[in-house]
Write a protein that binds this ligand. Sequence first.
Ligand SMILES: *Cc1c(COP(=O)(O)O)cnc(C)c1O
Length: 386
Amino acid sequence: MINVFQPELRERELAAVAEVFDSNWVGKGSRTAEFEAAFAGHLGVAAERVMSVNSCTEGLFIAAALSGAGPGDEVVLPTVSFVGAGNAVASLGATPVFCDVDPRTLNPTLDDVTAVVTPRTKAMILLHYGGHPGAVAEIAEFCRERGIFLIEDAACAVASTVDGRACGVFGDVGVWSFDAMKIVVAGDGGMLTARDPDLVARARKLAYFGLEQFSGFSQAKQYDTRWWEFQVSSFSRRSIMNDILSAIGLVQLDRLAEFVSRRGAITARYDRALADVDGLRLPPPLPAGHSSSHYLYWVQMDPAIRDGVAHDLYERGVYTTFRYAALHQVAAYGSRARLPKAERAVAETLCLPLHQSLSEEDVDQVTAELRAAIHRRSPDLAGRAR
Ligand SMILES: *Cc1c(COP(=O)(O)O)cnc(C)c1O
């Protein structure tokens, strides 16, 4: 089976884990501090502004709490969003308000966002679909002017930039993921950055039970301090990283440029091989000044054949999927919105295999099977000679 997502973990990652085992310190420690500093360097922000978390979802829950949104407040997010973003909003008792997206990029435009903003809009959670930055710069400026707290879910955008500036640092808080299906894979884990150092300080407490101070003998410094006592400032969870994951993440971060370049080459190969397929639309080109992490490669076709094409490909050893099912159509969020552009996009889009371990032969097999499946499934094409 050609996987749709797949990590590339090799000897270097294994050796880094072995070193952590030998150190006898597998919890949050020096490797995690190194990973945070390296990630800050990658983003081009001060190390103090970056904090690791044990998943991007935990990062989203912390970011949502930092926004101050609660009952009576609205939080805007594109309906094509990760389920954890919707849950983070709903968990605070705030109302998730879903906006439409551009049907080709699956990112919201500034107009899509402004269409749903009300005086009750407290915050917004934006992602970068497939790694394409979208209108993040314009939307960030709009949020700043309106005093709307902007959270960037940069899970798809670990190496994406706009005019050289990293996605994830445009808003008040940005979060990233290193789960098994992302580009940088540590097994799990994530990062959080905030524009304001006070927010980072609050995030650190939220990530560790709401403890006012990190206890432990080394922090206590004075022999007459009881280092096992503590104060609690919020009833929060334990969302911290560990050195095993961080050791893997450090190696993967070092390989990120190589990964993204490989993904860019695969994207270009798909673009070339699929350009002439009748009835197939490819991802639109990136605007000038934008660079993508190439997290997803998505194609669009007649909704009447999309599911059949996905099944045919699966039968022939090619796994495809769609990210991210529209949240306004998920009953639990209680949305009554009609979002026609997004509804069309989620019915006609399919994400093809894209990961750094795909060979050119794999890509050629995917494109050949996709061509054949579309041909087979399209009533108006099936009669015609190939
Ligand atoms: C994967 C993903 C997440 C969640 O990441 P975890 O680390 O698995 O919690 C959040 N947002 C987006 C857009 C994602 O793709």
